[in-house]
Design a protein around this ligand. Sequence first.
Ligand SMILES: [Zn+2]
Length: 288
Amino acid sequence: MAKRALKNNVKIGAHVSVSGGFLMALERAKEMGANCIQIFGASPVRWQALLPSLKEAKEFKSLAQKLEIRPIFLHAPYLINLASANERLAKISTQLLKRHLEIANFLGTQGVIFHIGSKGQRPQAEAEELVAKNIKEIFSLVKEGFLLIENSAGAGNLVGDTLEEIGRVIEKVANPRLGFCYDTAHGFEAGVLVDFSNDSLDSFVEKVEKLIGLERWLAIHANDSATAAFSNKDRHENIGQGYLGKEAFYKMLHHPEFRKRPFILEVPGFDDQGPDKENIDILKSLAY
Ligand SMILES: [Zn+2]
C-alpha cells in the first residue's frame, strides 16, 4: 500500500518529439509511460515560431487532461542568447523567447525552460543585468506563464552554470513567474552536484533554497553524463550508462525535495532515437 502511494506521486517523463503534431507528443508519452513531458513549441533551430491553430491547442489541452500528463514544459530554441554582446542577437532572442512563452500559454502548458546563453567578452555583472532586463521585458509583455532558467554545463562563456549566477538573475528580475530547472548532467559537469550522498543532496537543496527559492524549483532534467564531473562538457547519457550511475538517481528519487519535482529525461535513448520507455522504466524501478 505504502509502496503504491510512493509510486503514484512521482512524476517521471521525458522530452518527446512533436513530429506529426502536438497531439502525437502526448501519444508518444502515453506509449512510453511518461506522466509529464517536455516538448519543443516550434523548431529549436529557427528564429520563426508560429502559434498552433486554436483547434490543435484545444485538442492538445483536452488530451493532456485525459491522459493525465502534467506538468508539460516547452524547451526554448537553442538559438536564444539573452546575454549576447551583439545587441541585435539579444533583441531577437528576447522576442523569440517571448513568442515561445505565448505558445506555452496557448497550449495550456506550465512554461518554457531555457538556457540564458553566452556572455562573450561582456563582463559577468553586465551580462546578468542585461539578462534580467530582457526577462523583465518578456514578463511585462506576456502576463502569464513561467520561464524556467536551466543550469548550464559551464562551457565557454555560458551564463548560468552555478546556482549563484542563476540566483542573482532571479533576484534582479524579482518576479514569481521566473523559475528554475535543474539538469543533473549539466550540474555534474559544472561541479554543482557531483556526490549523491544524503548529506550532499541536503546541502544542494539548502543552497537552492537560499540562492533561488524552493518554490521556484519546478523541474528536473534527469540525465546521466557521458563526461566526468567538472568537465564542463555537455554530453547526456542514458540512465546508468554514464558517470552518475543508477545509484545517483536512486538517491535523488528518494530525496524528499527532489522527489517532489518532475524528472524529465533528455537522454540519447538505447536506440539513439531520444528518450525511450527503457529509460523511463529504469527511473521508475529506482523510484520505489
Ligand atoms: Zn536539460
